[in-house]
Design a binder for this molecule. Structure first.
Ligand SMILES: Cc1cc2nc3c(=O)[nH]c(=O)nc-3n(C[C@H](O)[C@H](O)[C@H](O)COP(=O)(O)O)c2cc1C
Length: 162
């Protein structure tokens, strides 16, 4: 899924829809149970019409702004990068994370030395057994944790409820 021009890329496609591999499996009669496909290879020189239409449709090349997804103390106060201080880069890594249909469901409220992480529910589970947004949240959390580690910011997750 990476679009580096000449590099060999590895990508993970958590197939939700419009996935050519899923459709190919259907054609050869394999029941479609696969959820994640790992790919390795060179990106195509040109995007297919289908891919470019899909990317336009979900506004794949844009992200919500910092202040739309991160908050300072409560949801009515957008967070600025300055106020985020040493967490700014880790939050930026969350903001840029990929998500199904580019929904960007993560919302984070910084308050009293804690980052309260919420999921904005955009839609119901696809088929009752499969919640794609949970994957988005996992990817975003991984981005957050990775950059925090890189910055030497220590912390540990606490499970809470909304
Ligand atoms: C959980 C998940 C499921 C996704 N499912 C699909 C999919 O079925 N088909 C597809 O073309 N892209 C899929 N994507 C890619 C997203 O559409 C893409 O990440 C988003 O539009 C932002 O684009 P970018 O990652 O190129 O910045 C998926 C991404 C995630 C994280």
């Amino acid at each position: 899924m990476s679009r580096n021009k000449d590099a060999v890329c590895a990508g993970i496609c958590p197939c939700a829809s419009l996935c050519p591999i899923g459709e190919a499996l259907k054609v050869i009669g394999v029941k479609w149970k696969m959820r994640i496909v790992c790919t390795l290879g060179y990106p195509a020189k040109k995007m297919s019409l289908r891919e470019s239409v899909m990317r336009k449709g979900v506004k794949a090349d844009s992200r919500l702004s910092f202040g739309e997804v991160f908050f300072d103390g409560s949801f009515d106060k957008p967070l600025t990068k300055e106020a985020a201080g040493k967490l700014a880069d880790a939050l930026e890594a969350v903001r840029l994370a990929p998500s199904a249909v580019n929904k960007q469901p993560w919302r984070i409220v910084l308050s009293e030395n804690l980052a309260h992480i919420y999921e904005k529910r955009n839609r119901r589970n696809d088929d009752g057994a499969w919640d794609i947004q949970i994957i988005d949240m996992g990817i975003a959390l991984y981005h957050f944790e990775l950059v925090l580690k890189e910055l030497g910011v220590n912390g540990s997750p606490i499970r809470g409820s909304a």
